[in-house]
Design a protein around this ligand. Structure first.
Ligand SMILES: *[C@@H]1O[C@H](CO)[C@@H](O)[C@H](O)[C@H]1NC(C)=O
Length: 234
């Protein structure tokens, strides 16, 4: 029994190690320009991680989001959704190589399932920057959330293509459809959506009917998950 438990522990630990190294996430990233964050969460989808420092009294959030786009000319996105879980309502930051050839970040208020258009979002932003390092885009920014905010709905995403400066639709694989959850910015804990495969086939089909949609999440949301430890992807 003890042997079995040790083996199981070993398997779980190596799974954690594999995940961490594959993600290049919380355990292994050192940021440039002396950027240091007090909290980090290896997100359960898309080999991505969120790093942040937060002052709830002011609502000042400083964050780095790191994810590998499907190819170097792709995009990565991280968003707060103040009104719902899922895509519609997202106040999104999207990083990609801009038409001038430099990595950059733009803001998008996602109001529908059509193509995204750049524009102001509900939160004051500053310090929006991005860089491409080791096959991943590192997106930096500061958001001013409403004072006292502690938990937010987050949505993250990656896509392969940018056309004429506009991020194009992402894949509809399970990891693209499940890349959302809530993050308690104060407790540094992440509650993730229920495991893969929650999207019903009918909602999947709806997704496929809108080829122009981007950052699309299935519309029938499961019940919100209770806050859970960051290891729920196990
Ligand atoms: C919050 O950010 C604003 C700029 O957006 C800054 O003026 C203010 O000093 C910050 N407050 C704290 C407590 O960090």
């Amino acid at each position: 029994m003890a042997v079995f438990q040790s083996l199981l522990l070993l398997v779980m630990l190596s799974a954690v190690a594999n995940f961490a190294s594959a993600a290049g996430g919380c355990s292994s990233i050192t940021f440039s320009s002396n950027r240091v964050y007090s909290a980090c969460s290896d997100l359960p989808q898309l080999s991505s991680s969120l790093h942040w420092s937060y002052d709830a009294a002011s609502g000042n959030l400083s964050l780095a989001f790191v994810a590998p786009p499907p190819n170097p000319d792709g995009w990565v996105a991280w968003a707060v959704n103040p009104t719902a879980q899922g895509m519609i309502g997202c106040q999104a930051l999207i990083a990609f190589r801009q038409p001038d050839g430099k990595m950059g970040v733009k803001t998008y208020n996602i109001i529908g399932y059509g193509p995204v258009s750049e524009g102001p979002i509900a939160f004051q932003t500053s310090g929006l920057e991005a860089e491409y390092v080791d096959g991943a885009i590192r997106m930096y920014g500061k958001l001013k959330l409403p004072q006292g905010t502690t938990t937010v709905n987050q949505v993250w995403q990656v896509g392969a293509t940018v056309a004429n400066g506009v991020p194009q639709k992402h894949d509809f694989k399970p990891e693209n459809l499940e890349s959302k959850g809530t993050v308690d910015l104060v407790k540094e804990a992440t509650a993730v959506s229920p495991a893969l495969g929650m999207a019903s086939s009918s909602t999947r089909n709806k997704n496929f009917r809108s080829p122009n949609s981007i950052m699309r999440m299935h519309m029938r949301m499961p019940k919100p998950a209770l806050p859970q430890a960051p290891v729920t992807w196990l």
